[in-house]
Write a new protein. Structure first.
Length: 544
């Protein structure tokens, strides 16, 4: 077996200001004028540092390389900047630069937790948000080394584990990796004053500043939930990291990475325990089920299975009683069926996914209801001997053995249980048509009946949240928003409609605005006419 080329990355934290980045990569020769290095400028609405050639020092065995940058064509996911060299590369490539943290406030663009942030003299963010990486599909023997460069830090952790790490893989494993350094706290607590001493737990949670919730209780919940999920998904390698970071934005949010996830909270507000538990379970479930293919085509599966199993496995494990299960199902189902965009097809939803928070929620609800329907059909066809679990675990085994499973592979596996109807059932879901729900769901614990609920209706253009600067546009003078005092042109400090408002038909929307230099709060009920929906209730059947 031939030796893999080396990629050695050194990171030196700078007291909450950023990271000094340097690496040496054993690359095959790259011709002059061919893309050599690349990083996102924006990714799913999150901006990253707009590095220029002057920011990067790039050398090879023949000396310094002169770089020429180009901004690639934007896509629905974002935009990249790449650089080519003035000549062909010779030997190993060395790259060095400073990666600054992104400074944010309540009015900053919000999105997945990819960007590099400073917090209490520490740093936290994903590699995607600061690593300028070589353009290659090669596999490397990767080494991660943390350096102080005279700027001390108490501890450094990545999705791969605590301190320095080595692994084999493509460079995308660095992009999809979270990094944190500084005066990190940990659950379970560090052993003594030196974080480098003592055993490293299989699962640990890290944070830089103390959040407004009980970290021991949250850490204990995460540990038990992870153990439950890892057992179900037949995970042998149990190495998992959870990162917490403070946000200036209202509400919570989470972003999953391989072997880890990060969740954010509003440092100036309280955190709802139920909302936090729901977020943690959903993000953790992302560690396993996925389909191979474009994100827009497969998001229904990754988000739907995360919704489905974050509830089902908690229920089966006793962490979720039937009443709470019913409440969670009703909120998620209501959020989907009262969403005005729930009728668009998957491709149309994907095109708006990161421009409209309503489109972003489509894969969650659609995937959940479709998977409930597939589970019901499989149970019916097999007289209860088989269920959705059999399909999901078979896909996971195939992928662990080096295989790929695309949308066609999904349909083929479902068809093996329910027959050729599987294709029509799948296409029906993709089109945005209503999904037929079986008599019972979640191991027979709940059943749904038809009802009517009020559709989500802001009373102004939803795109107002994505404008730069954010201002109210298209205000309907007869809307509840206008009646509450909102005006055309008001500056929006609130970054969007919280998921909790979308999912609860009786929830009010609270908007923080600026008008004539004064900060005001407008509250109203963002609902319109009634539309068909579903209501879940307990069946009274005992859990198996």
């Amino acid at each position: 077996m031939s030796r893999l080329p080396r990629f050695d990355l050194h990171l030196a934290p700078m007291a909450g200001e950023g990271l000094h980045v340097s690496y040496r990569a054993e690359l095959a020769p790259v011709a002059g004028g061919t893309a050599l290095l690349r990083i996102p400028l924006t990714m799913v609405s999150v901006p990253f540092p707009p590095y220029t050639a002057a920011d990067l020092t790039v050398m090879d065995d023949d000396g310094e390389l002169v770089l020429v940058g180009v901004d690639e064509e934007p896509t629905p996911m974002g935009q990249h900047r790449s650089w080519s060299a003035n000549r062909a590369t010779v030997g190993a490539l060395t790259v060095s630069y400073f990666a600054p943290v992104r400074h944010v406030d309540e009015s900053s663009a919000n999105g997945p937790l990819f960007d590099l942030r400073g917090e209490d003299r520490g740093v936290i963010g994903s590699g995607m948000g600061f690593l300028v990486l070589p353009v290659t599909e090669e596999e490397f023997d990767i080494g991660l080394r943390w350096r102080s460069n005279g700027h001390g830090y108490a501890a450094a952790v990545s999705s791969r584990g605590e301190g320095d790490q080595t692994w084999k893989g493509r460079l995308e494993t660095l992009a999809f990796c979270t990094f944190a350094a500084g005066d990190l706290r940990r659950y379970p607590a560090w052993h003594g004053d030196d974080p480098s001493k003592g055993p490293v737990p299989d699962l640990a949670m890290y944070w830089l500043s103390d959040p407004p919730f009980d970290t021991d209780a949250v850490g204990s919940y995460i540990a038990s939930s992870y153990a439950n999920m890892a057992t179900f998904f037949q995970e042998e390698e149990r190495n998992y990291r959870v990162f917490i970071r403070a946000n200036p934005f209202k509400g919570t949010g989470g972003t999953a990475m391989p072997q880890s996830f990060t969740f954010g909270y509003n440092r100036h507000g309280s955190v709802d325990a139920e909302e936090l538990r729901t977020l943690l379970s959903h993000e953790m479930a992302h560690n396993w089920p996925k389909l191979d293919g474009e994100h827009g085509d497969t998001a229904w599966y990754s988000e739907g299975t995360a919704e489905y199993y974050s509830l089902l496995l908690q229920y089966r494990g006793g962490a979720l009683d039937v009443a709470t299960l019913v409440h969670e199902l009703n909120s998620r189902t209501s959020g989907y069926l009262t969403n005005p965009l729930h009728v668009v097809n998957n491709r149309e939803a994907a095109e708006q996914f990161w421009q409209d928070s309503r489109a972003q929620r489509i894969p969650y609800g659609r995937g959940l209801l479709y998977l409930i329907a597939v589970d019901g059909r499989i149970r019916l066809a097999s007289d209860g001997r088989k269920c959705l679990d059999d399909v999901v675990l078979d896909i996971l085994r195939t992928q662990r053995n080096g295989g790929t499973v695309t949308l066609d592979g999904w349909v083929e596996r479902v068809a093996a249980h329910i027959g050729p109807d599987a294709r029509a059932m799948f296409e029906h879901m993709v089109s945005g048509a209503d999904i037929e729900i079986p008599g019972t769901a979640f191991d027979g614990a709940v059943a749904a009946t038809a009802t009517l609920e009020h559709t989500l209706e802001l009373g102004f253009d939803h795109a107002s949240f994505k404008l730069t600067p954010r201002v109210v546009r298209g205000l309907d003078a007869s809307s509840a928003a206008a009646s509450a005092g909102l005006r055309e042109g008001d500056a929006l400090r609130t970054a969007g409609v919280p998921t909790t408002v979308m999912n609860h038909n009786d929830a009010e929307l609270e908007l923080d605005i600026i008008r004539d230099g004064e900060t005001l709060t407008v509250r109203f009920w963002p609902r319109g006419h009634k539309v068909p929906s579903l209501r879940w209730a307990a069946t009274g059947q005992a859990q198996p």
